[in-house]
Design a protein around this ligand. Structure first.
Ligand code: FMN
Length: 695
């Protein structure tokens, strides 16, 4: 689930910082790439050396490198990451995140973060309970951050209470759930009703019930986190919901709830009716506060509309309806009767006979009853009960998708595991919908197309990222953008991905009419953008197969060459032949005309014979990589290829420094000599190999 995911781990100055080491290890084991950022004070609690060794990447801490004058780009990290985790998060860091106090790299990265952020607080119980911490945590939640609540237990102060950072295993589990929950309800619209209703007697009194709304709010959050658009019709409750995918409609009475539900249901795929709706309301609502009278008073009640039955009546074949039953006796029999009477697809029964179930508790114990039978669940938190219920709802659609699967061409196009991000923040004052739409179109173009006829196993898929930055856009549809394209290969027998290609293409010009589908016809390149993207995809698949496959990648490299030739004939920018440096045409030309042979051999040695065997035989694998680096040196001598060897050293720098953290001094000497020749600008990194104790 976390394979290939890029996680920025922010570590702040808590005694729980030692747990960050285990967290890094677990994340790396799951196949994630981890970039650690530490606050200055965190370094007092755990050394960067430990975390860089475990993550295989240098730990970032400062804004600047005083030795080279270069700076760490929080903006790039914000674009790079699939998720940011701040663990442990101190009271101070939480406060700075909430208040935007950007005085260290962790906070600037947080403020630039495009990916979801998880925050795992760690502190003493009194600090955690202090109103300022409570308020700051709420602020973070309101920004859509995922707060992983601190657990109860013994604290560093030897006191016991709530404040312990959640265990690393559980944090990893939360991330896995987040990424796996993914999008199974994407494109679906879910209507949820929650909370009690208040039926007015007079301006100050009402007939109500004890419902807190917690169950319905948890269901709404869970549906939204699985990609659904949610409409939450909420009775009078004091709960907040944080997910922007939830549209909340606040109502008070059963009639208002009925009106809202009837209006929203026709456009919904599912309705989950968890609200405790009053069956009756006072027949007359006094306009003034009623005065005490002598003797008893009779309140006449009249029936409210039955929301479940009304929605059941208008339900269409492709809609689903889920009801709730709260019973005090004969629960199952009553629930089954309700299922049929109200045309529900399933009903969630909770009984007040069960301890910890029903109103106001944080826990619930439910039985899901459908026409196929019943499933009983143990007592769980309402959040976990919501997961069970929503998983059951997802099954309706899963079945539907599985039926469609054999017909869908996109289901076979699995050679790429591609992520597309588009950043248009440089373009001011333009309709952002255009860019959202373009990002979706690019995603569809790259992911829903079958680029090869080969069959790929899940772990063989090429992980790649296309990161676009739009530099300018004019309303006639002409864009100017740059593209960072990168692919990684899983190393056989491990959960580690090694970068196999990384390239930045600075000037792509193309036209895009908003809401157009991106089409690509290999022989007819009328859209430079799809041509560029297809070129890189064929290039990456071709190079990958050259490096790994018995058959080589010529077929795909030829396709890339074909695109380059056609585009060159059309005179498109960035494709001109004969240029001495790294334009698109030169890359493929060099690769195909034999000049790139040392690079092909080098990549084969490095990845296949080197990295792939390193896990079994570290010394043997590293020797092959050393031979690969020697080949890189030879390729560098052949001047036209100098740019390519430099490129490889740049994207492999951390990996190489890590690989040579342990080796003989002769190996170090030869490798450092070659690398310093190819890329002297990285000398401070190559020095780390020589010094070794720096890493
Ligand atoms: C031994 C020790 C343990 C500490 N543990 C915590 C802690 O668990 N949580 C917390 O919020 N602050 C803790 N602090 C205080 C923070 O280290 C301090 O507020 C620091 O400025 C936090 O900076 P940072 O959030 O930028 O890393 C501790 C301080 C000391 C001396």
């Amino acid at each position: 689930m976390l394979r290939g995911k890029r996680i920025v781990l922010g570590v702040s100055g808590s005694i729980a910082a030692y747990k960050a080491a285990l967290l890094v290890r677990l994340l790396v084991k799951e196949g994630a790439e981890v970039q650690v950022i530490m606050t200055p004070s965190a370094k007092e609690f755990i050394t960067p050396l430990t975390l860089s060794t475990l993550s295989g990447r240098p730990v970032l801490c400062d804004f600047f490198h005083s030795d080279s004058g270069s700076w760490n780009s929080h903006v790039e990290l914000g674009l790079w990451a699939d998720a940011m985790v701040v663990a442990p998060a101190t009271a101070s860091t939480i406060g700075k995140m909430a208040g935007g106090v950007a005085d260290n790299l962790l906070i600037t990265t947080y403020l630039s973060m495009k990916a979801p952020v998880f925050v795992a607080p760690a502190m003493d119980l009194d600090m955690y309970a202090h109103p300022s911490t409570v308020k700051n945590v709420e602020v973070l939640k309101s920004y859509g951050n995922h707060v992983i609540e601190a657990a109860e237990g013994e604290l560093a102060s030897h006191l016991s209470g709530k404040g312990r950072m959640e265990e690393p295993q559980n944090i990893v589990q939360r991330l896995k759930e987040f990424f796996s929950a993914g999008n199974e309800l994407k494109g679906k619209r879910v209507l949820v009703t929650a909370g009690p209703t208040y039926e007015k007697i007079d301006p100050v009194r009402f007939v109500g019930n004890y419902s807190s709304g917690k169950m319905g709010f948890s269901i709404a959050e869970e549906c939204a986190s699985r990609g659904a658009d949610v409409v939450l019709v909420a009775g009078p409750v004091s709960l907040q919901c944080n997910n922007p995918a939830i549209k909340r409609i606040d109502v008070e009475s059963a009639r208002e709830m009925y009106d809202a539900a009837m209006a929203e249901f026709p456009a919904s795929d599912v309705a989950v009716l968890s609200a405790a709706v009053a069956d009756y309301r006072p027949a007359v609502q006094a306009s003034e506060k009623m005065k005490r009278v002598s003797g008893s008073m009779t309140l006449e009640l009249e029936a409210n509309p039955d929301i479940a039955a009304s929605l059941g009546n208008i339900k269409k074949e492709n809609q689903r309806l889920v009801g709730f039953a709260l019973e005090t006796c004969n629960g199952e029999a009553n629930a089954v009767a309700k299922l049929d009477k109200k045309n529900l697809d399933f009903i969630v029964l909770n009984s007040l006979e069960d301890k910890g179930a029903g109103f106001a508790h944080d826990t619930n114990k439910v039985t899901i009853i459908s026409r196929d039978g019943k499933e009983e669940f143990p007592l769980k938190s309402k959040k976990d009960v919501a997961k069970d219920i929503v998983s059951r709802i997802s099954k309706f659609f899963l079945l539907f998708i599985m039926l469609l699967l054999p017909l869908s061409a996109s289901a076979e196009g699995e050679e790429l595991d591609a992520t597309v991000t588009l950043n248009a923040s440089k373009v001011q004052g333009t309709n952002t919908e255009v860019f959202k739409q373009l990002e979706e179109s690019l995603n569809e173009f790259i992911n829903n197309r079958k680029w090869t006829s080969n069959t790929y196993e899940e772990e063989e898929r090429l992980v790649c990222n296309f990161s676009f930055v739009v530099n300018s856009y004019s309303n006639d549809g002409s864009f100017d953008c740059s593209l960072m394209v990168q692919s990684s290969r899983p190393i056989y027998g491990s959960s580690y991905n090694s970068t196999a290609f990384k390239y930045e293409d600075k000037s792509i010009k193309f036209n895009y009419q908003p809401f157009d589908r991106l089409e690509f016809v290999e022989e007819n390149l009328d859209n430079n953008l799809t041509a560029v993207v297809a070129f890189y995809i064929y290039m990456m698949i071709g190079m990958d197969m050259d490096t790994y496959g018995e058959l080589g990648g010529s077929e795909f490299l030829n396709r890339a060459l074909n695109i380059a030739n056609n585009a060159q004939n059309l005179g498109d920018a960035g494709w001109k032949a004969g240029s001495s440096n790294n334009n698109r045409y030169s890359i493929i030309d060099d690769y195909m005309n034999g000049a790139m042979e040392p690079i092909r051999k080098m990549m084969y040695k490095y990845h296949r014979l080197g990295l792939d065997t390193m896990f079994k035989n570290a010394d043997g694998g590293r020797k092959e990589i050393t031979a690969g680096i020697a080949l890189m040196g030879k390729a560098y001598e052949d001047r036209p290829l100098a740019y390519f060897t430099k490129l490889i050293t740049e994207y492999k720098v951390d990996e190489i420094v890590n690989i040579y953290s342990k080796c003989t001094s002769e190996e170090k000497k030869s490798v450092v000599e070659t690398l310093s020749r190819i890329n002297p600008s990285l000398s401070s990194q190559w020095d780390k190999i020589t010094k070794n104790n720096n890493y």
